[in-house]
Design a protein around this ligand. Structure first.
Ligand SMILES: [Zn+2]
Length: 387
């Protein structure tokens, strides 16, 4: 790409100069001699000093109606290459020209704002995008970029109001993202011990997206902190109907809540129901834990052995090994410990979550994918290597 850019620059510079020369020729005397700078630039290129060459050619580029597109294309190329300073200079150079048509000025402003966004100069980028919206230039893209900025700044109130504006002009449904912004506010309030405020934000999150499993998970955690285990159970159980992919995140908390109110038999009924419907390993492991606590290791091993064919997984195998290790003779135990060490090592490098949109994977649950920036797209990995 850079080689192409280096070839394009002298061509753009000479064609820009020629367009300017033709224009001047019709109005005044002009010698038509190619400027000295052009040869200086070529000289830098030949002597493998591309940075100096680029600067000379940019200085030479005349802005007129014939070369605006070239400027914009070059600016874009520089930004994509990560040379944001040069992209900014090209776009600023364009904007400074009074003869620029309105459409081209808007385009150059949008590009310059994107340069600042890429450079991380968020306040300048924000000002330019706001100016573009005010001038009615590329409103939808500018609102999208503003949301990007507010999300980076963790300014969730601004993210909410901008998402609502975007929804009204583009008709794109932003409810799921808005629900997550309220969840972010709720998390912050919970952290600051402003629990009533957190409840209000979570109510808003569920108002915008009744399938927002994250809101129910946060609500369940708050109820546990308040000692309201029945309500925590209600919140956690709602996760299954909202987005069943996330139920694995709350099974352990559900088990704890039922234990706290001495209603473990209700939890067993719940597990039976879930396993009959969809035998996920985390339900089966929770059941095995209950059996072990009440009937001992042998009963838990028997249960796991019967169930293992229904959902093979590394975690299930690991749990079975743990149970076996406690109940076999010492010679066998050493061999099993070796096997367990091997499985632990295998599991250590396996991601637990994966983005269904871009494939980003890791061991931590992100509600907004760090790679593609989508909300709610990072899900627990199920199956042999997951759960
Ligand atoms: Zn992603």
């Amino acid at each position: 790409m850079y080689q192409l850019l280096l070839l394009l620059l002298p061509v753009a510079a000479i064609s820009g100069w020629y367009a300017g020369y033709r224009h001047k020729k019709s109005t005044e005397n002009n010698s038509g001699i190619i400027p000295h700078d052009y040869f200086l630039g070529l000289n830098y290129l030949i002597n493998e000093q591309p940075d100096k060459a680029v600067d000379v050619f940019i200085k030479m580029l005349e802005v007129n109606t014939d070369t605006v597109e070239t400027h914009l294309a070059l600016g874009n190329l520089f930004r994509r290459r990560g040379e944001v300073d040069r992209a900014i200079r090209i776009h600023q150079n364009l904007i400074a020209r009074p003869q620029l048509a309105r459409k081209q000025r808007m385009q150059a402003l949008f590009e310059l704002a994107q340069d600042y966004l890429r450079a991380g100069v968020l306040d300048r980028a924000e000002r330019l995008f706001l100016e573009l919206i005010e001038l009615d230039g590329d409103v939808v893209n500018s609102l999208n970029c503003l949301i990007n900025i507010y999300q980076q700044q963790k300014d969730w109130q601004q993210s909410i109001s901008t998402a609502k504006k975007l929804e009204s002009v583009s008709k794109v449904n932003m409810d799921s993202a808005i629900a997550h912004y309220y969840c972010e506010l709720a998390e912050q309030s919970r952290y600051d011990h402003r629990i009533n405020q957190a409840h209000e934000y979570l109510k808003e999150a569920l108002h915008y997206d009744k399938h927002c499993a994250r809101a129910s998970i946060i609500l369940g955690k708050i109820f546990i902190e308040e000692g309201e285990y029945r309500q925590a159970i209600q919140s956690f159980r709602r996760v299954h109907d909202q987005d069943a992919e996330y139920i694995s995140e709350v099974v352990a908390s559900l088990a704890d809540c039922y234990k706290q109110i001495n209603r473990e038999e209700e939890f067993v009924d719940y597990l039976f129901e879930r396993i009959a419907e969809n035998p996920r390993i985390y339900f089966i492991l929770a059941m095995a834990d209950h059996i072990r606590d009440n009937q001992g290791d042998a009963a838990a091993i028997e249960y796991l052995s019967k169930q293992s064919h229904r959902c093979l997984s590394m975690r299930g195998l690991e749990r079975m090994l743990n149970l076996y290790i406690n109940s076999v003779d010492p010679a066998m135990k050493d061999q099993l410990l070796l096997l367990k060490e091997f499985i632990d090592k295998l599991a250590e490098n396996k991601p637990v979550y994966r983005c269904v949109h871009c494939g980003f994977s890791g061991k931590k649950l992100y509600w907004q994918c760090p790679s593609c920036k989508r909300w709610n797209s990072v899900k627990p990995i199920h199956g042999l290597e997951g759960d």
